[in-house]
Design a protein around this ligand. Structure first.
Ligand code: BQF
Length: 284
């Protein structure tokens, strides 16, 4: 029987600390952290995520600036909005909800965000800083996963860590954070010759693919820490992760549920990054 990693509870305690520090910042400097969230189009999942971010801002005592744009918005219009937000002193963090409509170049949009306000840490400058271990912001999901791993008391140093998935948003930065903590890191992907074999070696297994129940019990070592970043819908429309939770859970030492695992931590770490951006802007 695995111990459940309660992401919802851990995220709530992170958000409580952020709220306290934001109040302190306000008393000392008058600065109220401000987060601008841009949503282009009406993808239903994206709308929920943007709503979660707004709610977290308001609960933390931050200002939330929502920019909901129609799907037909041109790249030029979006870049002009980002330019205005870059120059707005009330805005400390800017994020553009991904994915963007196909006619907009995501890379150009990310590159337009001031690195100082890039609370998703997707800008090439911030990605580079993460590589060399000298950063102000960590990408929210990998940072949240590290917090969840820390909560188990299991140290990463010397452990075999297997990350399944190599996206710029999760897999790649995730592997770097595990490496920074002296894990021995393997990154698996769609061309990996024997995924099950690689996964079975893992002391710490992070699944970030986007395929429901890809990680089955036969792929998990007895006693492994299993972190599920997946957000999928099963055939019944129920939210489920990349891990076959029911069958993997008895083998794992610790495991995250979906929902209530990594997802809430992503939001909590976004609040941390926005607070950091506000503190840096206030030269604290
Ligand atoms: C929960 C995201 C895929 C692609 C783009 C809490 C969130 C999700 C789940 C949430 C996610 C996933 C976000 C739960 C933000 C995490 O209770 O389990 C919160 O809002 N997330 C996103 O902004 O973009 C995504 C997943």
């Amino acid at each position: 029987m695995a111990k459940l990693i309660n992401g919802k509870e851990i995220a709530a305690s992170v958000r409580k600390r952020v709220r306290f520090e934001a109040a302190e910042l306000r008393e000392k400097t008058g600065v109220v952290p401000g987060l601008a969230v841009i949503l282009v189009g009406d993808d239903p999942a994206s709308k929920i995520y943007v709503g979660n971010k707004k709610k977290a801002c308001l609960e933390a005592g931050f200002n939330s600036f929502e920019h909901i744009l129609p799907a037909e918005t041109t790249q030029q219009e979006l870049l002009e909005l980002i330019e205005r937000l870059n120059e707005d002193p009330a805005v400390h963090g800017i994020l553009c909800q991904l994915p963007l409509p196909k006619h907009i170049d995501e890379r150009a949009v990310i590159a337009a965000i001031s690195p100082k306000k890039d609370v998703d840490a997707f800008h090439p400058v911030n990605v580079g800083k993460i590589m060399i271990g000298d950063y102000d912001f960590l990408p929210c999901t990998p940072a949240g996963v590290m917090e969840l791993i820390h909560s188990t008391g299991v140290s990463v140093g010397g452990k075999r860590c297997v990350v399944v998935g190599r996206s710029n948003i999760v897999g790649k930065p995730m592997s770097m954070l595990l490496l920074h903590e002296n894990g021995t890191v393997t990154v698996c992907h769609s061309k990996t010759a024997d995924l099950a074999d690689e996964c079975r070696r893992a002391d710490i297994l992070v699944a970030a693919v986007g395929k429901a129940k890809l990680i089955t019990a036969d792929m998990v070592k007895e006693g492994a820490v299993v972190i599920d970043v997946g957000m999928n819908r099963d055939s019944n429309g129920k939210l489920c992760g990349d891990v076959d939770f029911e069958n993997v859970e008895p083998k794992a030492s610790f495991i995250t549920p979906v929902p209530g695992g990594v997802g809430p931590m992503t939001i909590a770490m976004l609040m941390c990054n926005t607070l950091t951006a506000a503190k840096l802007a206030a030269k604290l």
